[in-house]
Design a protein around this ligand. Structure first.
Ligand code: ATP
Ligand code: MG
Length: 544
C-alpha cells in the first residue's frame, strides 16, 4: 500500500514500512493504563503518541485497562483515567478491559499446555527467583518441568477451581532456562491470588501475568502496533513468543520508546499515591501534583500539555527534560487565551488630589490584546486607588522604572500620574502617596505621548475586591549529593498563601476555572470564592 504520510519519528517510520510492505492493512493502537492510580504527565506522552498515530494514519486507538492485578486496582482510577484522556481531547474507539478476556486468556493457556509449551510448577516465588540464574549463568530447570500434558491440564483446572492455596502453584511457559534473555527462562504465565477484582469480583482466583495477558489482549483486539516504554524491550521476545504460540493470524508489532522524565518531577503512580496517602498533598488533583488532574486543577490548558509532548519528541534513548519547557508551553498558550486583569498584591494607597471625591472616570480596556475577539471591559478610576508597594521607591536603585518622589508613572489603561507627596509611618515606611493626574494623558489624549518611566497596574479602593493567591512552587527541591530519595526532597515551601491582595472586579466576574494574566504578576486561575491559583509565572526561566 502506498502511504502519503510523512513520518516524523522512528515509530512512524516503522508504521509506514509495515503499511507499505502489507504486513498490516490498517493502523490500530491502544493506550493500556493499569488502573492503579491517576494519570501523570508521563502518560500524556504515551497518549499523544498513540492517539497522534490514530489521527495521522486515519486509524483507530482503543483504551484498554490492564486490570490484571486486582490487589492494587480500583474503579475510582478507571473513572479518573477516562476523564483525563477526554480532557486532553482524545476520543478512544473502544473501551476495553484485560479482565474481559480472562476466559479467552485461560483457554489460550490450556492451548499452550496441550501444545506442551506450558506447565504447572510447584516451586515457590522465591525458589523460582533463585533458580532463574543471572546474566552470566543459565537458570536451573524446575523439577516439575516435565509433567505430562494430562497432569498439567488437570492441575491447571484445579488451580482455577480453587483447590490450591495462594502462591502454591503457578503456570509457566516452557521455553529455555539457558536463554541469554532472562525473560525467556520459563516465565510465569498465571498465579493464584484470592483477591476481589473490581470487575470480575470473586469469579477468578488465578490471574494471568502482564507478559501473558498483554500480547493476547493486543492480538484479540486487532492491534497492529503495540507501543510501550523502553523497559519492555527485553520482553519483546516473550511478547512475540506468546502471539506465535497462540497462533494469532496477525500478530501485533511491539515498538518501544523512551519514557518521559522531567527533572524534579515524580513520575511513578506508586510514589504519587504515597504523597496522597501521607497527606503531603491534598489529593491526586492537588495543583502541585504532576498528574493530569493536578494540572487541570492548577489551570494548565490541555493544548499546552500536548504542545509540550510534541516538542519533547519521540526518542529511543532515555533523557531528562527541563520542567521549564512545560511551563514555557503553558505560558505561550495562556498568553494567547487568558484575559488580563489588574491586581495589586501588596496594596499601597494613592490619593489623586486633583480628582474630586465621588468622581469616576471610566476607561475601556481590551480583555486580551493578543486576542482581538476577546472583547473589552471598563476600569474605573477614582480619587483613591491602590498600586503595588513595589511600584514606588523613596530610594530608587539605579535604572528604577517605576514611581519615585516627584516622578511620573502611567496607570495601565488610564492617566499618567505625577507624585506630589508621601505619608510615612512611625517607622519611616511608606503609608500612602499623593499624586495628581495629568489631564488628557490617557491613550489617544493630547498629552498621551508624554514620556514616563513605566506603566503599573492599579485598582480603585471603592471597587477593589479582596482576593487570596495560592502561589505554587515545585513539589521537590533539587537532588543534592547523595539525596535521591523523594521523601527527603519535599519542598516545605511548595505552597505560599498570600492574603490581602486587591483585584479589579473583572477578575471575579468569570466562572470558576477562568484563567487570567494578572498584569506584571503571573498567570492565575480563578478557583472559586475569592481564591486564585498561580498557574505559572510570567518570566521565562527556560532557555532553549
Ligand atoms: P507508573 O510507573 O507510573 O505506574 P506505568 O508504566 O506502570 O507507570 P501504566 O498505567 O502501565 O503505568 O502506563 C500506561 C501507558 O503509559 C504505558 O504504555 C506506559 O508505557 C506509558 N507510560 C507510563 N509512564 C510513562 C512515561 N513516564 N513516559 C511515557 N510513557 C509512559
Ligand atoms: Mg505499569
Amino acid at each position: 500500500m502506498a502511504v502519503d504520510v510523512t513520518p516524523s519519528n522512528f515509530i512512524e517510520d516503522f508504521i509506514v514500512e509495515d503499511l507499505e510492505s502489507g504486513r498490516y492493512p490498517y493502523v490500530y493502537t491502544r493506550f493500556p493504563p493499569e488502573p492503579n492510580g491517576y494519570l501523570h504527565i508521563g502518560h500524556s506522552k504515551s497518549l499523544c503518541i498513540n492517539f497522534g498515530i490514530k489521527e495521522k494514519f486515519n486509524g483507530r486507538c482503543n483504551l484498554r485497562f490492564d486490570d490484571t492485578n486486582p490487589t492494587k486496582e480500583d474503579v475510582e482510577y478507571v473513572e479518573s483515567i477516562k476523564e483525563d484522556i477526554r480532557w486532553l481531547g482524545f476520543q478512544w474507539d473502544k473501551e476495553l478491559y484485560a479482565s474481559d478476556y480472562f476466559e479467552r486468556t485461560y483457554e489460550l493457556a490450556e492451548k499452550l499446555i496441550l501444545k506442551g509449551v506450558a506447565y504447572v510448577c510447584d516451586l515457590s516465588a522465591d525458589e523460582i527467583r533463585e533458580t532463574r540464574g543471572t546474566l552470566n549463568e543459565p537458570g536451573k530447570e524446575s523439577p516439575y518441568r516435565n509433567r505430562s500434558v494430562d497432569e498439567n491440564l488437570a492441575l491447571f483446572r484445579d488451580m482455577r477451581a480453587g483447590k490450591f492455596p495462594d502462591g502454591s502453584k503457578v503456570l509457566r511457559a516452557k521455553i529455555d532456562m539457558a536463554s541469554p534473555n532472562i525473560n525467556m527462562r520459563d516465565p510465569v504465565l498465571y498465579r493464584i491470588v484470592r483477591a476481589r477484582h473490581h470487575r470480575t469480583g470473586d469469579k477468578w482466583c488465578i490471574y494471568p501475568m502482564y507478559d501473558f495477558a498483554h500480547p493476547i489482549g493486543d492480538a484479540l483486539d486487532g492491534i497492529t502496533h503495540s507501543i510501550c516504554t523502553l523497559e519492555f524491550e527485553d520482553h519483546r521476545p516473550l511478547y512475540d513468543w506468546v502471539t506465535e504460540q497462540c497462533e494469532f493470524e496477525m500478530p501485533p508489532r511491539q515498538i518501544e520508546f523512551a519514557r518521559l522524565n522531567i527533572k524534579n518531577t515524580i513520575m511513578s503512580k506508586r510514589y504519587l499515591k504515597k504523597l496522597v496517602e501521607e497527606g503531603v498533598v491534598t489529593g491526586w488533583n492537588d495543583p502541585r501534583m504532576p498528574t493530569l488532574s493536578g494540572m487541570r486543577e492548577r489551570g494548565y490548558p490541555p493544548d499546552a500539555v500536548k504542545e509540550f509532548c510534541s516538542r519533547v519528541g519521540v526518542a529511543k534513548a532515555n533523557s531528562e527534560v527541563d520542567p521549564g519547557l512545560l511551563e514555557f508551553c503553558v505560558r505561550e498558550e495562556l498568553n494567547r487565551t487568558a484575559d488580563r486583569a489588574m491586581v495589586t498584591e501588596r496594596p499601597l494607597k494613592v490619593t489623586i488630589d486633583n480628582l474630586p471625591e465621588g468622581e469616576a472616570r471610566e476607561f475601556s480596556v481590551l480583555n486580551n490584546p493578543n486576542s482581538p475577539d476577546s472583547g473589552t471591559h471598563n476600569v474605573i478610576l477614582r480619587r483613591d486607588i491602590y498600586i503595588d508597594e513595589s511600584d514606588f521607591s523613596l530610594n530608587p536603585p539605579p535604572k528604577y522604572k517605576r514611581l519615585t518622589e516627584g516622578g511620573t508613572i502611567r496607570l495601565k489603561g488610564a492617566y499618567i500620574l505625577r507624585h506630589v507627596g508621601t505619608e510615612l509611618n512611625g517607622d519611616g515606611s511608606v503609608k500612602a502617596l499623593h499624586c495628581e493626574y495629568i489631564e488628557d494623558s490617557q491613550s489617544g489624549g493630547a498629552n498621551s505621548s508624554m514620556k514616563v518611566k513605566g506603566t503599573v497596574q492599579w485598582v480603585s479602593v471603592a471597587d477593589a475586591q479582596d482576593v487570596v493567591l495560592n502561589k505554587y512552587e515545585s513539589l521537590l527541591v533539587d537532588a543534592k549529593d547523595g539525596v535521591t530519595d523523594f521523601n527527603e526532597r519535599i519542598n516545605p515551601d511548595s505552597l505560599k498563601v498570600v492574603a490581602g491582595a486587591k483585584a479589579e472586579p473583572f477578575a471575579l466576574s468569570k466562572a470558576e476555572g477562568a484563567t487570567f494574566q494578572f498584569m506584571r504578576m503571573a498567570y492565575y486561575k480563578y478557583a472559586g470564592g475569592n481564591l486564585f491559583y498561580r498557574i505559572v509565572e510570567l518570566k521565562d526561566s527556560f532557555n532553549k
